[in-house]
Design a protein around this ligand. Structure first.
Ligand code: NIG
Ligand code: FE
Length: 415
């Protein structure tokens, strides 16, 4: 099956060479072709170029005329908690009335509130809720997504979450990676027995997850009041024994040496980073660990934004992800993530798009297949509505400027 997209006003993120990630100064450049065509063969990008070299309509099975429209690779959302039961809109109102995220957690809300709901939900109910969220983000241009467990907090409920993720993987043409986040919070029963829960995680949960091959990554909420750097290190190392690489929630509220722990233990990514010290920046510099910012979490719970400008200007790479979850970010809209990064973190549109495509792909280990328009990569692309320029994507926040999404060469139904 060959699909030709012709008369594209511009094709963004065109990279002839495979690259892993972009850092510092290099993030400012977003290579593009104007007045161009893109040729898809089965699930792959077969060719692209300017219209003077466009193949004939008769040499392909389907032609899409993209006059006035922009083409870009689908978003890569490397950090989500898309599988959860119910929502937490009452906590949203509590925050409006003055309670902080921490105060709500200390009253038994927050993650433990979601865990209670999830433990009571059946696998079918969970799947049904999650698939609707997945379909929503696909139509918003997400073509690869990482999904975490972490609202189960018992062996049985964590496996239930991960089986739902596995089923989503089997049923949708979007690339999905699963992360085991049993270390999201200490369950009430282990409030005064942290050692007991860490042992459960290391001795029972991680081996069981690995046995069923339910996850690629391991995560922990490394934060004051949650998991310490030492506890997180034990969890990361236990995961490594079973082939799980670390991607860690760190420095959301406090800097307690977590970034050093993660980098030293070879984490693929460190995520959140609303609080970053100069020392953290020098530790990340030159490492293989991708820093990941989640600006719509900052937006929703009114906490500081990741200091993106400072980090990129210091030469670091940066990825953007949604953090879609019921507590701190009830939205998986990567278009809004990109807008918020530009508006609130002063990232240029070029930097933000690089961060939400190729750098996001690195942060979830799919950079060889996704994140750029490169021959041989998966044909997962966004076709926009007619735009004056691609700057209109982050500029017109709240407007859905996506006309059509193609995933692995399959055009998705328009909504
Ligand atoms: O990434 N901070 C830790 N975990 C999630 C939120 C968890 C929740 O409140 O449900 C996050 O923001
Ligand atoms: Fe998160």
């Amino acid at each position: 099956m060959k699909i030709l997209i012709k008369n594209c006003k511009e094709i963004l993120q065109v990279r002839d060479q495979h690259i892993e990630k972009l850092e510092g100064e290099a993030m400012k450049t977003l290579p593009m072709l104007e007045n161009a065509f893109l040729l898809i063969e089965d699930d792959l990008i077969a060719d692209y170029g300017t219209m003077n070299n466009c193949p004939s309509d008769t040499s392909v099975d389907q032609v899409i005329d993209a006059s006035g429209k922009t083409i870009l690779p689908t978003w890569v959302d490397s950090h989500t908690h898309l599988v959860y039961a119910g929502n937490r809109e009452l906590e949203f109102v509590d925050r409006i009335n003055g309670l902080s995220y921490e105060e709500i957690f200390n009253r038994g809300g927050g993650i433990l509130n979601s865990a209670k709901k999830l433990q009571e939900a059946t696998e079918e109910e969970l799947y049904e809720q999650a698939r609707k969220r997945l379909e929503e983000v696909i139509h918003l241009g997400t073509g690869a997504i990482e999904i975490k467990s972490g609202y189960g907090l018992t062996l049985e409920a964590e496996l239930k979450m991960l089986r739902v993720i596995k089923k989503l993987k089997e049923n949708y043409p979007v690339a999905i990676k699963a992360t085991f986040l049993g270390a999201h919070a200490f369950p009430a029963d282990y409030k005064d027995n942290h050692e007991g829960y860490i042992n459960l995680l290391i001795q029972e949960m991680i081996p069981a997850v690995a046995k069923e091959n339910l996850a690629e990554y391991v995560d922990a909420f490394l934060e004051t009041g949650y998991f310490s750097p030492e506890e997180t290190e034990r969890i990361i190392q236990a995961g490594q024994k079973y082939g799980l690489t670390a991607k860690v929630h760190v420095n959301q509220f406090t800097a307690i040496g977590g970034i050093e722990t993660c980098v030293r233990n070879g984490a693929l990514s460190v995520d959140h980073l609303e609080v970053v010290t100069d020392q953290d920046i020098s530790i990340l510099k030159g490492s293989k660990t991708m820093p990941v910012a989640l600006p719509t979490c900052s937006f929703f719970i009114s906490i500081p934004y990741t200091p993106a400008r400072k980090m990129i200007d210091a030469g670091l790479p940066l990825a953007l992800a949604s953090d879609s979850n019921p507590g701190t970010t009830p939205s998986g809209n990567m278009n809004f993530v990109v807008s918020t990064a530009c508006i609130k973190m002063k990232m240029t549109p070029e930097e933000a798009i690089n961060a939400a495509t190729i750098n996001g792909a690195y942060a979830m280990g799919v950079e060889k297949q996704y994140g750029s328009i490169t021959k041989g990569k998966k044909a997962s692309i966004i076709i926009t509505k007619p735009l004056h320029s691609f700057y209109e994507l982050p500029y017109a926040f709240g407007t859905n400027n996506i006309d059509q999404v193609i995933l692995n060469g399959q055009p998705q139904n328009k909504q």
